[in-house]
Design a protein around this ligand. Sequence first.
Ligand SMILES: Cc1ncc(COP(=O)(O)O)c(C=O)c1O
Length: 368
Amino acid sequence: MRVPFVDVRSQYAEVRETLDPWIQEILETGAYVLGKHNRALEEEVARRHGVKHGVAVNSGTDALRIMLDACGVGPGDEVITTAFTFVASVEVILQAGARPVFVDIEPQGFMIDPNQVEDAVTDRTKAILPVHLFGQLADVEALADIARRRGLMVLEDAAQAIDSSHHGVYAGNFGLAAGLSFYVTKNLGAAGDAGMILTNDDDVAEKARSMRVHGMGRERYYYDYVGYTSRMDEIQAAVLRAKLQRLRAWNERRGELAALYGTALEGVPVCPPKVLPGNNHTWHQYSIVTTRRDELQAFLKDRGVDSMIYYPVPLHLHSPYRHLANGPGSLPVTERISREILSLPIQPHLTDEQVLHAAAKVREFFGA
Ligand SMILES: Cc1ncc(COP(=O)(O)O)c(C=O)c1O
């Protein structure tokens, strides 16, 4: 039995009745960029997250990059963040001319450890940038509290956390702004690249809207900011709107599969994923921790069970980012988790049998 990690064709099969006519209409009318689907998507995502503004852009990376600019992060500033993330979270800070300051992660949810943030604050610190990893939010209450006391912004990397909440409050509400990714494999994935900035701040929204079209103001070819070319294609917006109607059901299915893994892996010597207190987890990934990670991955591969390593080498150990930390040993929890973490398939179109099969192979590996 094959247990695949992603299955975008089954997603398309579920939405094609809605989507195909929309795409046909876009192609026939020629409204290719920033049209009615873009505006509707911005409204629909912002409403779901309970934020005032959604600004659709070209990718999750652009969402973070434009968010930093629109929030005024620039040369001389420090941004406290994590090295246990996808590279985009950190490259955008450097591109903005600011300095990423890494602190270690907590070992439960693998996200920025608020206990270490306070010590990292200097008079140059401008923002804390938590990354909401694998479908749940970082310790947003503690981070927002530090930010309030120390006069800092919280800027959320919510690329993996659409629809995730903490005590019913969604990403985009814990600081000045948040960035979402709609990359193909995300819980809500486009047919290519797309992203969105969420904010309750009118000024940040206005700047981000302008910056995604070269910093243009209301009048065409008059510029207020140095900007980017980062419009969302109308076809991507249509794909995302069609899939958004299914997102809640798909996330619920992910939750069912997580529960199934939980029961099927009882008694196996791996650390199962933990839901942090107050969080609603949307199970973008189901990540277990084991010291025998590489052996287990090879064993599963030979038996048709896909798995992925997010992330095999933390960012402070890659050459472009090495100058930002003190080498191996400087972020011990981050480094250990990078060696021991493994994500098992949890996409919503898996059957119970497929997930039970994957879990059975993990049990078999450990002789459980
Ligand atoms: C944590 C994190 N930040 C940022 C990004 C960047 O998003 P994108 O690939 O849409 O540019 C991603 C997604 O790949 C991500 O997982």
